[in-house]
Design a binder for this molecule. Structure first.
Ligand SMILES: Nc1ncnc2c1ncn2[C@@H]1O[C@H](COP(=O)(O)OP(=O)(O)OP(=O)(O)O)[C@@H](O)[C@H]1O
Ligand SMILES: [Mg+2]
Length: 308
């Protein structure tokens, strides 16, 4: 196996006494698509900023493309593309100018930057907005411009912190397609997301983080296999009967998860559980059997829903 492009060992980031990242270990292989999943405040963005060589670590080891961000920040940053959680575009500049200025910041030749900028405007579907002021773009358009800008230096590693938050479904699907193509060309992707469908679509491997620590690691399929049942039965009894039904269902299936509006029954065979529940004289208002998803893994490991 080729050497990892990112290695973190006992990586810690403290703000005062508070450890936002509390000793995490991971490796990312070249060309891999690696995801960080976790609830709000888990330490995902803090980790991304350390990888991006814009925030120094408190302790532990961190190597990006074989380099230490403490001593080789500029060299690392020149090979990264960064999409931060909050857009940090230059509001005063026009759309195309944002790309040009950013490209020249990397010391790229003027002609090359101009060519690249035009390609990226097409990539982000912003050709018609090339001369618009950034301030006048919609939220989703700003996001697309931030992503385009991150690609101006043809990065080896692309860091994407919640890349598709605020994008409409069509723009999200287009972006997934573009990211997939970048991956096919060998770009390493590191991303955070709150969308499990995005994680399942894009990530070869992911870690679930909570309170600065890694709770689980694996491919989406292996995480589901290891941390959830094959199927999930979702039953609704109405808010006045939910608690009572939950009590009576406590021993049904492998385990149950009681949500405010429904009860999830984890089992290899959802239909069989439904038959059992009905035989107990409990009749749900609605029932649904589905395959387990990453959301179930997330719920199990963090006790929280992906989108709170
Ligand atoms: N500059 C800072 N100073 C002090 N505390 C910080 C700072 N940046 C982040 N934190 C804290 O570190 C913790 C992790 O924050 P971080 O932004 O990494 O979370 P996250 O996983 O990206 O969450 P989200 O899903 O909400 O984006 C939070 O408790 C946050 O308040
Ligand atoms: Mg964040």
């Amino acid at each position: 196996m080729s050497a990892p492009v990112i290695t973190a060992r006992s990586l810690v980031k403290k703000y005062g006494d508070f450890a936002a990242v509390d000793g995490i270990d991971f490796e990312v292989a070249p060309g891999e698509s690696f995801g960080l999943l976790g609830p709000n405040g888990a330490g995902k963005s803090t980790t991304m900023r350390m990888i991006g060589a814009v925030s120094s670590r408190t302790s532990g080891e961190l190597t990006i493309l074989g380099l230490d961000p403490d001593s080789a920040g500029p060299q690392i940053r020149s090979q990264l593309g960064v999409v931060p959680q909050a857009d940090n575009l230059d509001m005063e500049l026009k759309v195309r100018e944002n790309l040009l200025v950013y490209g020249r910041y990397f010391g790229l030749p003027r002609v090359e930057v101009a060519e690249r900028a035009d390609e990226l405007l097409v990539f982000a579907q912003l050709e018609e907005k090339a001369k618009a002021k950034v301030d006048d773009l919609s939220g989703g358009m700003k996001r697309r411009l931030t992503i385009a800008r991150a690609l101006i230096n043809q990065p080896r590693i692309l860091l994407l912190d919640e890349p598709t938050t605020g994008l409409d479904p069509q723009a999200r699907h287009i972006l997934w397609d573009r990211l997939f193509r970048l991956k096919e060309q060998g770009t390493t992707l590191v991303l955070t997301t709150h969308y499990m469908d995005e994680a399942e679509q894009l990530c070869d491997r992911l870690v679930v983080v909570d309170k600065g620590a890694i709770m689980a690691e694996g491919s989406p399929a292996s995480l589901i296999r290891d941390h959830s049942s094959r199927e999930v039965l979702e039953v609704r009894f109405g808010s006045d009967r939910n608690a009572e039904a939950a009590e009576r269902l406590a021993s049904v299936g492998d385990r149950i998860e009681v949500l405010p509006d429904r009860i999830l029954v984890y089992s290899a065979d959802g239909e069989a559980e439904l038959a059992r529940i009905t035989a107990m004289g409990l009749t749900p208002l609605t029932s649904l059997v589905r395959r387990s998803s990453l959301e179930d893994v997330f719920l199990r490991l963090t006790g929280r829903s992906l989108i709170e």
